[in-house]
Design a protein around this ligand. Structure first.
Ligand SMILES: [Zn+2]
Length: 423
C-alpha cells in the first residue's frame, strides 16, 4: 500500500461526510477555524529565492484567538539584498499600516490597503540603502477561511479547492504577457523592447530599458527606473469550509508546470510531501534552469487530518505539452469560474498601478491636531512651509508625506526621483 492510499483510508473512516459539513456551514456560518498545514521544498540554481513562513501571527499579541498565518516567496534578481530586505521588513511594514483597535472584520477590510502601503514603504526603504537588486514578492495572509494575496512580479499563487477547479490568485507582471503593463511603463518614461545584439531582430522576452528587466513590477530595482513599481495586485477570497490548497512558487515552477498540473500532481497528499512532488515534477519536465521554490499551504476543515478527498475531473493535458511557453490555463481572466462552483467567495480584487486609486482618500485620523499621517509610511508630519502642497495632496488623493509623495510622482513618470532621506 502506498502512502497516499494509507492516508486516504485512515481519513475516510471516522469523519463527517463533506456534504454534512457544508450543510452545517450553511446553517451555522463558518463557526470553526480551519487547521493550516504547510510544507516547503526547493532547489537553488542561483540562490536568489527566499521564503517566509510565519504560521502563528496574532492580531492582538498574546491572544491566540486572533491568530493568522503568513506565507511568502521572494525571487530575487541582480543580487539577493532586495529579497532579504523584503523578507525581513515587509510584514512589519504591512501590519503597521493597519489602524489600531480593529476587530477581525475591520482588520480584514483594511488589509488590502495596508498591503499596498507596506509594499511601497518597503521599496522606498530599500532604495534608501542605495543597493541595486530587485525581487518579486508573493505574500499570502490566511485568517480563518479568508485568504488575501498580494504580489509583484511573476511568482504565482494558485488555489486548488479540491473540487477539481484550480484558479490563479495572482497576476503575472511580465512585460511579455501583460499589454496593460507595457502601456503603463511606456507612458511613465520607460522603453519596452527585446534585446538587440547586432542590429537585427530582437531576441528573448520583452524587457524594459534602461535596465533590461522582464518584469514590470518588483520591490527594489533602484537602478532600473521608477516605472517598475512596487504596487501589488491584491486579491482576497473566502473559502467554504470544505477548505482548499494554496501552491505558492517562484517562476522556476511555473515555467515548467501549468497550474492544473501542479495542483493535480500532489492532490490527496499532505502539504510537505506535496511541495516536494511539485518541485520534482517541475524538474522532471524542464531540468534545473532557475531557482525553484514551492510552498504548499492546506486550509483544512477542523477535525480533518488532511484535505477531504475530491471527485476526479478531466484534465486538459494539452497545456502541459507545449514546451517553452508559460501556461495560461485557469487565469484571472476567468474570475467567476470558482464562484460558480459555490466553493469560493470573491471579496476583493484590485491591480491598478496608480497609488491614489489604491489608498483611497480618507482624511488622516489625527487631522484635528494639525498633524498629518502619511498613508504609505505612517509617519506623522507636522505642517511646515510645505503645507500648501500637503493640503493639495489631501484634497486630490491620499495624504502622503513629502518622501512618499516624491515616490508617487516618480512612479507616475512626473519627475525623476533620487531616493533621499531628506524632506
Ligand atoms: Zn510617507
Amino acid at each position: 500500500m502506498n502512502e497516499k492510499e494509507s492516508l486516504g483510508m485512515r481519513t475516510s473512516a471516522a469523519l463527517v461526510p463533506l456534504g454534512t459539513l457544508i450543510g452545517r456551514e450553511l446553517r451555522n456560518g463558518n463557526v470553526e477555524k480551519p487547521t493550516v498545514s504547510y510544507g516547503q521544498a526547493g532547489l537553488a540554481k542561483k540562490g536568489e529565492d527566499y521564503f517566509l513562513i510565519k504560521p502563528d501571527c496574532e492580531r492582538i499579541v498574546g491572544d491566540p484567538s486572533t491568530s493568522f498565518s503568513v506565507f511568502a516567496i521572494f525571487d530575487g534578481h541582480n543580487g539577493i539584498s532586495a529579497a532579504i530586505f523584503a523578507k525581513e521588513n515587509l510584514l512589519n511594514n504591512i501590519l503597521s499600516a493597519i489602524p489600531q483597535g480593529c476587530d477581525r472584520e475591520e482588520w480584514l477590510q483594511a488589509l488590502p490597503r495596508a498591503l499596498v502601503a507596506g509594499f511601497v514603504k518597503t521599496d522606498i526603504e530599500f532604495q534608501q540603502k542605495g543597493e541595486t537588486s530587485g525581487t518579486t514578492v508573493t505574500f499570502v495572509v490566511i485568517d480563518g477561511w479568508t485568504i488575501t494575496v498580494a504580489s509583484v512580479g511573476d511568482s504565482r499563487c494558485i488555489l486548488d479547492t479540491q473540487a477539481g477547479v484550480v484558479s490563479l490568485l495572482t497576476v503575472d507582471h511580465r512585460l511579455e504577457e501583460n499589454v496593460e503593463e507595457r502601456e503603463r511603463v511606456t507612458a511613465s518614461g520607460g522603453e519596452v523592447g527585446r534585446l538587440n545584439l547586432f542590429g537585427g531582430n530582437g531576441v528573448g522576452p520583452l524587457r524594459c530599458w534602461p535596465g533590461g528587466l522582464c518584469l514590470s513590477r518588483s520591490i527594489g530595482d533602484t537602478d532600473v527606473g521608477e516605472f517598475i513599481v512596487p504596487i501589488p495586485h491584491v486579491k482576497q477570497v473566502k473559502l467554504s469550509n470544505s477548505g482548499g490548497r494554496l501552491i505558492i512558487a517562484s517562476d522556476g515552477i511555473w515555467d515548467a508546470l501549468a497550474s492544473d498540473m501542479a495542483a493535480q500532481c500532489c492532490r490527496g497528499l499532505p502539504a510537505e510531501l506535496a511541495a516536494k512532488l511539485v518541485v520534482k515534477e517541475a524538474l522532471r519536465s524542464r531540468g534545473l534552469k532557475d531557482d525553484t521554490t514551492c510552498v504548499v499551504v492546506d486550509i483544512i476543515p477542523y477535525g480533518y487530518p488532511l484535505l477531504p478527498p475530491t471527485p476526479k475531473k478531466k484534465q486538459n493535458l494539452l497545456t502541459s505539452l507545449i514546451p517553452g511557453k508559460r501556461f495560461h490555463n485557469s487565469t484571472s481572466k476567468e474570475p467567476n469560474k470558482l464562484a460558480a462552483f459555490g466553493t469560493v467567495e470573491e471579496l476583493f480584487e484590485e491591480g491598478s498601478a496608480m497609488l491614489a486609486e489604491r489608498l483611497g482618500k480618507d482624511l488622516p485620523l489625527n487631522s484635528n491636531s494639525g498633524i498629518f499621517r502619511c498613508a504609505v509610511c505612517q509617519a506623522d508630519e507636522a505642517p511646515t512651509d510645505d503645507i500648501s502642497e500637503t493640503i493639495f495632496s489631501a484634497s486630490s488623493g491620499p495624504m502622503l508625506c513629502s518622501v512618499c509623495r516624491r515616490k508617487k510622482d516618480a512612479m507616475e513618470g512626473k519627475r525623476s526621483s533620487v531616493p533621499t532621506l531628506m524632506t
